[in-house]
Design a protein. Structure first.
Length: 337
Protein backbone atom coordinates (compact mmCIF):
# COMPACT_ATOMS: atom_id res chain seq x y z
CA UNK A 1 0.00 0.00 0.00
CA UNK A 2 1.30 3.46 -0.95
CA UNK A 3 0.96 5.48 2.24
CA UNK A 4 2.44 8.52 0.53
CA UNK A 5 -0.45 8.67 -1.98
CA UNK A 6 -3.03 8.18 0.79
CA UNK A 7 -1.52 11.05 2.78
CA UNK A 8 -1.37 13.25 -0.33
CA UNK A 9 -5.03 12.49 -1.08
CA UNK A 10 -6.07 13.49 2.42
CA UNK A 11 -4.05 16.70 2.15
CA UNK A 12 -5.71 17.61 -1.15
CA UNK A 13 -9.15 16.96 0.33
CA UNK A 14 -8.32 19.11 3.33
CA UNK A 15 -7.16 21.95 1.08
CA UNK A 16 -10.26 21.55 -1.09
CA UNK A 17 -12.68 21.73 1.84
CA UNK A 18 -10.66 24.56 3.36
CA UNK A 19 -11.02 26.62 0.16
CA UNK A 20 -14.73 25.80 -0.06
CA UNK A 21 -15.11 27.01 3.51
CA UNK A 22 -13.36 30.28 2.72
CA UNK A 23 -15.54 30.87 -0.35
CA UNK A 24 -18.65 30.03 1.65
CA UNK A 25 -17.66 32.45 4.40
CA UNK A 26 -16.92 35.16 1.86
CA UNK A 27 -20.25 34.53 0.18
CA UNK A 28 -22.10 34.71 3.44
CA UNK A 29 -20.21 37.86 4.34
CA UNK A 30 -21.20 39.52 1.08
CA UNK A 31 -24.80 38.44 1.54
CA UNK A 32 -24.79 39.70 5.10
CA UNK A 33 -23.36 43.00 3.96
CA UNK A 34 -26.03 43.37 1.28
CA UNK A 35 -28.73 42.36 3.72
CA UNK A 36 -27.50 44.85 6.27
CA UNK A 37 -27.49 47.69 3.73
CA UNK A 38 -31.02 46.95 2.57
CA UNK A 39 -32.45 46.78 6.09
CA UNK A 40 -30.58 49.70 7.67
CA UNK A 41 -33.17 52.49 7.52
CA UNK A 42 -32.58 55.76 5.73
CA UNK A 43 -34.40 58.12 8.09
CA UNK A 44 -35.42 61.42 6.49
CA UNK A 45 -36.66 64.16 8.83
CA UNK A 46 -39.31 66.72 7.81
CA UNK A 47 -41.58 69.17 9.63
CA UNK A 48 -45.02 70.63 8.79
CA UNK A 49 -43.70 73.03 6.14
CA UNK A 50 -45.87 72.49 3.01
CA UNK A 51 -42.81 72.49 0.77
CA UNK A 52 -41.66 69.24 2.38
CA UNK A 53 -45.05 67.55 1.96
CA UNK A 54 -44.18 65.92 -1.41
CA UNK A 55 -41.83 63.63 0.52
CA UNK A 56 -44.82 62.49 2.55
CA UNK A 57 -46.88 62.25 -0.66
CA UNK A 58 -44.24 60.02 -2.22
CA UNK A 59 -44.37 57.77 0.82
CA UNK A 60 -48.18 57.51 0.71
CA UNK A 61 -48.17 56.80 -3.03
CA UNK A 62 -45.72 53.93 -2.58
CA UNK A 63 -42.82 55.54 -4.41
CA UNK A 64 -40.41 54.40 -1.69
CA UNK A 65 -41.51 50.77 -1.56
CA UNK A 66 -38.78 48.12 -1.56
CA UNK A 67 -36.32 50.59 -0.05
CA UNK A 68 -35.12 51.46 3.44
CA UNK A 69 -36.48 55.03 3.19
CA UNK A 70 -38.50 56.18 6.21
CA UNK A 71 -40.05 59.67 6.35
CA UNK A 72 -40.03 60.90 9.96
CA UNK A 73 -41.95 63.92 11.31
CA UNK A 74 -40.11 66.38 13.56
CA UNK A 75 -41.47 69.48 15.34
CA UNK A 76 -38.82 71.82 13.90
CA UNK A 77 -35.79 72.04 11.65
CA UNK A 78 -33.65 72.74 14.70
CA UNK A 79 -34.49 69.28 16.02
CA UNK A 80 -33.83 67.83 12.58
CA UNK A 81 -30.36 69.40 12.64
CA UNK A 82 -29.72 67.99 16.08
CA UNK A 83 -30.81 64.50 14.98
CA UNK A 84 -28.61 64.59 11.87
CA UNK A 85 -25.63 65.66 13.93
CA UNK A 86 -26.17 62.87 16.47
CA UNK A 87 -26.80 60.21 13.82
CA UNK A 88 -30.47 59.67 14.68
CA UNK A 89 -31.35 60.91 11.20
CA UNK A 90 -29.46 60.24 7.99
CA UNK A 91 -31.12 63.03 6.01
CA UNK A 92 -33.42 65.99 6.52
CA UNK A 93 -35.28 68.78 4.76
CA UNK A 94 -34.19 72.14 6.19
CA UNK A 95 -33.80 75.77 5.15
CA UNK A 96 -30.63 77.23 3.67
CA UNK A 97 -29.81 79.23 6.79
CA UNK A 98 -30.26 76.09 8.92
CA UNK A 99 -27.91 74.30 6.51
CA UNK A 100 -25.19 76.89 7.05
CA UNK A 101 -25.71 76.67 10.80
CA UNK A 102 -25.47 72.87 10.75
CA UNK A 103 -22.39 72.90 8.52
CA UNK A 104 -20.58 75.18 10.96
CA UNK A 105 -20.56 72.47 13.64
CA UNK A 106 -21.05 69.40 11.45
CA UNK A 107 -19.44 69.89 8.02
CA UNK A 108 -20.01 66.24 7.05
CA UNK A 109 -23.28 67.00 5.26
CA UNK A 110 -24.10 67.34 1.59
CA UNK A 111 -26.94 69.12 -0.19
CA UNK A 112 -28.35 66.67 -2.74
CA UNK A 113 -31.64 68.39 -3.66
CA UNK A 114 -33.04 71.91 -3.83
CA UNK A 115 -36.60 71.71 -2.57
CA UNK A 116 -38.34 75.08 -2.76
CA UNK A 117 -38.14 78.84 -2.55
CA UNK A 118 -40.41 80.63 -0.08
CA UNK A 119 -42.25 83.56 -1.64
CA UNK A 120 -44.63 84.66 1.09
CA UNK A 121 -45.21 81.44 3.04
CA UNK A 122 -42.92 82.59 5.89
CA UNK A 123 -44.53 85.52 7.69
CA UNK A 124 -44.79 87.82 10.66
CA UNK A 125 -48.43 88.10 11.66
CA UNK A 126 -49.89 90.71 13.98
CA UNK A 127 -53.10 91.24 15.90
CA UNK A 128 -55.85 93.11 13.97
CA UNK A 129 -54.90 96.37 15.68
CA UNK A 130 -51.34 96.12 14.31
CA UNK A 131 -51.44 97.46 10.76
CA UNK A 132 -47.77 97.89 9.91
CA UNK A 133 -44.52 96.24 10.93
CA UNK A 134 -43.49 99.37 12.83
CA UNK A 135 -46.44 98.79 15.15
CA UNK A 136 -44.68 95.83 16.81
CA UNK A 137 -42.36 98.19 18.69
CA UNK A 138 -42.72 97.42 22.38
CA UNK A 139 -44.97 94.43 21.64
CA UNK A 140 -44.64 90.75 22.53
CA UNK A 141 -43.45 88.81 19.48
CA UNK A 142 -43.53 85.02 19.48
CA UNK A 143 -40.72 83.33 17.59
CA UNK A 144 -39.41 79.80 17.30
CA UNK A 145 -35.93 79.25 18.69
CA UNK A 146 -34.47 78.39 15.29
CA UNK A 147 -32.05 80.02 12.88
CA UNK A 148 -34.88 80.64 10.44
CA UNK A 149 -37.08 82.32 13.04
CA UNK A 150 -34.25 84.57 14.19
CA UNK A 151 -33.27 85.35 10.61
CA UNK A 152 -36.80 86.25 9.51
CA UNK A 153 -37.29 88.50 12.51
CA UNK A 154 -33.92 90.18 12.05
CA UNK A 155 -34.49 90.85 8.34
CA UNK A 156 -37.97 92.22 9.04
CA UNK A 157 -36.79 94.58 11.77
CA UNK A 158 -34.11 95.87 9.40
CA UNK A 159 -36.85 97.03 7.03
CA UNK A 160 -38.29 99.46 9.59
CA UNK A 161 -35.16 100.45 11.48
CA UNK A 162 -35.91 98.44 14.62
CA UNK A 163 -33.80 95.97 16.58
CA UNK A 164 -34.62 93.06 18.88
CA UNK A 165 -34.16 95.45 21.80
CA UNK A 166 -37.26 97.32 20.58
CA UNK A 167 -39.57 94.33 21.06
CA UNK A 168 -40.33 91.71 23.71
CA UNK A 169 -39.32 88.31 22.37
CA UNK A 170 -41.34 85.31 23.52
CA UNK A 171 -39.71 81.98 22.66
CA UNK A 172 -42.32 79.53 21.38
CA UNK A 173 -42.19 76.16 19.67
CA UNK A 174 -43.94 76.04 16.31
CA UNK A 175 -46.76 73.92 17.74
CA UNK A 176 -47.47 76.70 20.27
CA UNK A 177 -47.81 79.56 17.76
CA UNK A 178 -51.51 79.23 17.02
CA UNK A 179 -52.77 78.89 20.59
CA UNK A 180 -50.47 81.59 21.98
CA UNK A 181 -51.68 84.04 19.33
CA UNK A 182 -55.37 83.22 19.77
CA UNK A 183 -55.18 83.39 23.57
CA UNK A 184 -53.52 86.82 23.53
CA UNK A 185 -50.22 85.69 25.00
CA UNK A 186 -48.40 87.46 22.16
CA UNK A 187 -49.14 90.42 19.89
CA UNK A 188 -47.31 89.11 16.83
CA UNK A 189 -45.69 85.88 15.71
CA UNK A 190 -42.99 84.77 13.29
CA UNK A 191 -44.47 81.67 11.69
CA UNK A 192 -45.17 79.85 8.43
CA UNK A 193 -47.69 77.68 6.65
CA UNK A 194 -50.00 76.04 7.60
CA UNK A 195 -50.26 78.16 10.79
CA UNK A 196 -50.18 81.26 8.59
CA UNK A 197 -53.47 80.37 6.90
CA UNK A 198 -55.13 79.38 10.18
CA UNK A 199 -54.31 82.67 11.90
CA UNK A 200 -55.19 84.86 8.92
CA UNK A 201 -58.65 83.29 9.05
CA UNK A 202 -59.00 84.59 12.61
CA UNK A 203 -58.19 88.16 11.54
CA UNK A 204 -54.39 88.32 11.83
CA UNK A 205 -52.63 90.88 9.64
CA UNK A 206 -49.59 90.07 7.52
CA UNK A 207 -46.92 92.53 8.65
CA UNK A 208 -44.00 91.00 6.75
CA UNK A 209 -43.39 87.95 4.59
CA UNK A 210 -40.61 86.23 2.67
CA UNK A 211 -41.63 87.83 -0.64
CA UNK A 212 -39.96 90.99 0.74
CA UNK A 213 -36.59 89.18 0.82
CA UNK A 214 -36.67 87.25 -2.49
CA UNK A 215 -34.27 84.35 -2.84
CA UNK A 216 -33.23 84.32 0.82
CA UNK A 217 -35.49 81.58 2.20
CA UNK A 218 -34.52 78.43 0.29
CA UNK A 219 -35.20 74.88 1.44
CA UNK A 220 -32.93 71.94 0.65
CA UNK A 221 -32.48 68.25 1.36
CA UNK A 222 -29.26 67.41 3.18
CA UNK A 223 -27.72 64.02 3.91
CA UNK A 224 -24.87 62.85 6.07
CA UNK A 225 -21.81 62.32 3.90
CA UNK A 226 -21.11 58.90 5.40
CA UNK A 227 -24.35 57.38 4.07
CA UNK A 228 -24.03 58.58 0.47
CA UNK A 229 -22.12 55.42 -0.50
CA UNK A 230 -23.90 52.97 1.81
CA UNK A 231 -27.39 54.13 0.74
CA UNK A 232 -26.77 55.30 -2.82
CA UNK A 233 -29.62 53.23 -4.28
CA UNK A 234 -32.02 54.50 -1.63
CA UNK A 235 -30.96 58.09 -2.29
CA UNK A 236 -31.52 57.59 -6.01
CA UNK A 237 -35.02 56.32 -5.23
CA UNK A 238 -35.62 59.20 -2.81
CA UNK A 239 -34.82 61.79 -5.50
CA UNK A 240 -36.80 59.91 -8.14
CA UNK A 241 -39.78 59.62 -5.79
CA UNK A 242 -39.58 63.34 -5.01
CA UNK A 243 -39.91 64.37 -8.64
CA UNK A 244 -42.58 61.73 -9.23
CA UNK A 245 -44.55 63.22 -6.33
CA UNK A 246 -44.20 66.72 -7.80
CA UNK A 247 -45.47 65.41 -11.12
CA UNK A 248 -48.42 63.76 -9.39
CA UNK A 249 -49.15 67.06 -7.62
CA UNK A 250 -49.13 68.84 -10.97
CA UNK A 251 -51.31 66.27 -12.73
CA UNK A 252 -53.74 65.58 -9.87
CA UNK A 253 -53.60 68.56 -7.47
CA UNK A 254 -56.86 67.82 -5.65
CA UNK A 255 -55.96 64.21 -4.96
CA UNK A 256 -52.43 65.16 -3.90
CA UNK A 257 -53.70 67.95 -1.63
CA UNK A 258 -56.13 65.54 0.03
CA UNK A 259 -53.16 63.38 1.04
CA UNK A 260 -50.74 66.15 2.01
CA UNK A 261 -53.19 68.40 3.88
CA UNK A 262 -53.89 65.74 6.51
CA UNK A 263 -50.43 66.33 8.01
CA UNK A 264 -51.01 70.03 8.67
CA UNK A 265 -54.59 69.89 9.90
CA UNK A 266 -55.89 72.14 7.13
CA UNK A 267 -58.27 71.58 4.22
CA UNK A 268 -57.00 70.51 0.78
CA UNK A 269 -58.10 73.90 -0.57
CA UNK A 270 -56.08 75.73 2.08
CA UNK A 271 -53.11 73.51 1.35
CA UNK A 272 -53.20 74.29 -2.37
CA UNK A 273 -53.44 78.00 -1.53
CA UNK A 274 -50.33 77.72 0.66
CA UNK A 275 -48.39 76.18 -2.23
CA UNK A 276 -48.95 79.36 -4.24
CA UNK A 277 -46.63 81.09 -1.78
CA UNK A 278 -43.63 78.96 -2.66
CA UNK A 279 -41.90 77.63 -5.76
CA UNK A 280 -40.57 74.11 -6.23
CA UNK A 281 -37.25 73.75 -8.03
CA UNK A 282 -37.42 71.76 -11.28
CA UNK A 283 -34.95 69.00 -12.23
CA UNK A 284 -33.28 71.39 -14.69
CA UNK A 285 -32.92 74.11 -12.04
CA UNK A 286 -31.56 71.54 -9.58
CA UNK A 287 -29.02 70.32 -12.11
CA UNK A 288 -27.83 73.81 -13.03
CA UNK A 289 -27.67 75.16 -9.48
CA UNK A 290 -26.15 72.11 -7.79
CA UNK A 291 -23.51 71.76 -10.52
CA UNK A 292 -22.91 75.52 -10.21
CA UNK A 293 -23.44 75.99 -13.94
CA UNK A 294 -25.79 78.64 -12.61
CA UNK A 295 -23.85 80.30 -9.74
CA UNK A 296 -26.81 82.27 -8.37
CA UNK A 297 -27.48 79.90 -5.45
CA UNK A 298 -23.87 79.96 -4.29
CA UNK A 299 -23.86 83.75 -4.52
CA UNK A 300 -27.09 83.91 -2.52
CA UNK A 301 -25.58 81.63 0.13
CA UNK A 302 -22.54 83.89 0.41
CA UNK A 303 -24.80 86.88 0.96
CA UNK A 304 -26.83 84.93 3.49
CA UNK A 305 -23.71 83.76 5.33
CA UNK A 306 -22.48 87.35 5.60
CA UNK A 307 -25.84 88.58 6.89
CA UNK A 308 -26.03 85.79 9.46
CA UNK A 309 -22.54 86.64 10.71
CA UNK A 310 -23.50 90.31 11.01
CA UNK A 311 -26.56 89.31 13.05
CA UNK A 312 -24.44 86.98 15.25
CA UNK A 313 -26.40 83.96 14.00
CA UNK A 314 -23.27 82.42 12.47
CA UNK A 315 -19.70 82.56 13.75
CA UNK A 316 -17.74 81.81 10.60
CA UNK A 317 -17.99 81.96 6.83
CA UNK A 318 -19.33 78.71 5.34
CA UNK A 319 -18.23 77.63 1.87
CA UNK A 320 -21.63 76.47 0.69
CA UNK A 321 -20.26 75.40 -2.70
CA UNK A 322 -18.28 72.60 -1.03
CA UNK A 323 -21.51 71.11 0.34
CA UNK A 324 -23.22 70.65 -3.03
CA UNK A 325 -23.50 67.15 -4.49
CA UNK A 326 -25.43 66.88 -7.74
CA UNK A 327 -24.86 63.18 -8.50
CA UNK A 328 -28.38 61.96 -7.67
CA UNK A 329 -30.13 64.83 -9.44
CA UNK A 330 -27.83 64.27 -12.42
CA UNK A 331 -28.76 60.58 -12.54
CA UNK A 332 -32.45 61.47 -12.51
CA UNK A 333 -31.97 64.24 -15.07
CA UNK A 334 -30.13 61.96 -17.50
CA UNK A 335 -32.78 59.25 -17.24
CA UNK A 336 -35.61 61.80 -17.55
CA UNK A 337 -34.36 64.45 -20.03
Amino acid sequence: MNYHNIHLGKTRKQIYFFLIGILLCLGLGILASCFQQSTTPLLVGINDWPGFAPLYLGKQLGYYQNSSIKIVDYPSTTEINRAIRSGNLQAGAISLDETLLLAETFPQIRVILLVDLSNGADVILGKPQLNTLSDIKGKKVGVENTALGAYMLSRALDQVGLSVQDIKIVSLGYSEHEDAFKQGEIDAVVTFEPTRSKLIETGANVLFDSSKIPGEIVDVLVVRQDIIETHSKDLEQLIRGWFMALDYLKQQPESAAQIMAERGGITPKEFLSSLKLLKFFTPVENQNLLSQTDPSLVKASQKLSKLMQEKKLLNSDIQFSSLLDQRFVTQFYKSNP
